[in-house]
Design a protein around this ligand. Sequence first.
Ligand code: AQP
Length: 329
Amino acid sequence: PARVFSGIQPTGIPHLGNWLGALRNWGALQASHECLFCLVDMHAITMPWTPAALRRNTLESAACLLASGIEPGRLYVQSAVSAHARMGWLFDCVVRLGWLNRMTQFKDKAGKNRENHSAGLYIYPALMAADILATGATLVPVGDDQRQHIELTNDIAQKFNHDMGVEFFKPVEALIPPQAARVMSLRDGGKKMSKSDPSAQSRILLTDSADEIAQKIRRAKTDPEPLPAEPAGLADRPEARNLVGIYAAVADSTPDNVLAAFAGKGFGDFKKALADLLVAKLAPISAETSRLLQDEGHVRAVLRQGAEQARTITDPITDRAEGLVGFLR
Ligand code: AQP
């Protein structure tokens, strides 16, 4: 079976969007595929950061991922496996500036003040391509926001193959979930749920308590209309659409079925049911994360073991790529 790779930035505790868009699928793929999952700390320093928070977030994210079902031995920290940086440099020299200029995530994150951002933020997609291709993975389970970066990964792979005159890298495929691939902020249906949103009310963390989840859902922005009978009735109601989409994804159902059950009801009833559903799904993850964090040494040992295992895959691939480029050994 094809190899699977994906990563998450340790820029904070993973949220419901990360879980529905990516993490839940990571867990499911382990049964059928060889998987590598990565805490991409090198990506996390492309935006302003503090060392103590990065250390803490890396540890807590690791615990959270293990708690949500990622198996030990498959999870590692990006910076501990030097192949990512080595392949990243090769790709910095393959990717064209014109390609990077088209990346919407850079435009979103840099905003108007481009000149003051790190070169790392700009070159981020080349490192992401290196993350994937250094592992030899061809399947990449990600949320919808990563679609463009996966396309760029294929452009880089193709140009490398073409320039070196060999079919070295295989094409990669984004595995984007059919539902809730882009979970939106609870405060603004036009913005994606994000770790870096200044409002803590905008996201549900995998470690939130039952009270916090209930309160965030209760305060989530909605509109005064009752729920419609069909998804078409949500077309101009982004916040309502988002909540129905979350419900459907978490319940392994569809928006049609959810609306069939709640048509004509107000948001009071719906939000109460949604909060109960989320608490039932997330409480075990939260409890297991706390348990794992009581023994930080164990979490670190799991990450070290994962890095060792990852190196056995990434190092030979990266050695060969460097050989193709002409680096003398
Ligand atoms: N809102 C979302 N809905 C669905 N999927 C999402 N993902 C992120 N946000 C959503 C998916 O989660 C994986 C890990 O994301 P990441 O941490 O590497 O980077 P990100 O996309 O930049 O996530 P955040 O939360 O918005 O982080 P910050 O605020 O630090 O930039 C990816 O597969 C992503 O698609």
